[in-house]
Ligand binder design. Sequence first.
Ligand code: ADP
Length: 251
Amino acid sequence: QEARLRQIQKMEAVGQLTGGIAHDFNNMLAVVLGGIELAQRAVTIDPKTAARHLSSAHDGAQRAAALTQQLLAFARETAINPEPIAAAPLFEGLADLIGRTLGDGVTVRFGDESDGWCTRADRVQLENSLVNLAVNARDAMEGRGTLTVRALRRTVAGEDYVALAVSDTGCGMTPEVVERVFEPFFTTKPVGKGTGLGLSQVFSFARGLGGDVSVDSVVGLGTTVTLLLPRERARPASSAPPMPVAAAPVA
Ligand code: ADP
């Protein structure tokens, strides 16, 4: 019953997504084609105008490329390889990448208060999600501030979770923006910078694992995005089952 409901919700989401994508992609192509056509007409008489049209075509193409890249990431979610993941090695593997993503003006801090609790996820997807959040934080801080990534234990309604909280000291969001951040294609960023797919992707990743994402934000102070991921009680290797079993134990 539950699985069926989830299946239906997934199909709905896919339907909405593909409709939205076709529409968006078409708009981007229109920008590219229009720009090229206008440039072709102007090129012999007015090279400056031609260059301007080419640059808008370039913007459109860049935006389309970013979109397909995000789509590929979505599609890759089907070829996942879930494994038990603890915060300490996860952070160790990410510190360098996130540090380089954020640049010199941003101080990056990691804090592990998860007592070694594991979650079960595809490592690449989890890393991508955190990098996504770090990129948003960078944009919000405009190169200056502090990024804090923390792992915590959380128990909600009797279920254990590993919480991964990414906080920035950036511009924050109005309640109106917070309300829409998980919508596919919702972005406040200029053309070529944002696709509006980052947080919706993070959201579908967390939900797919039986988890959740929450956003706490104050305009002018900063934002915390928290991934809540179900705790995995990793088995000792010696008692590992001989056959693959369902990812989640039945409660
Ligand atoms: P994109 O980053 O491509 O715009 P996202 O889905 O990742 O798409 O984010 C949607 C919007 O949410 C952003 O355009 C921005 O307005 C807002 N947002 C996301 N993360 C943050 C953050 N850490 N600080 C401030 N605003 C944010």
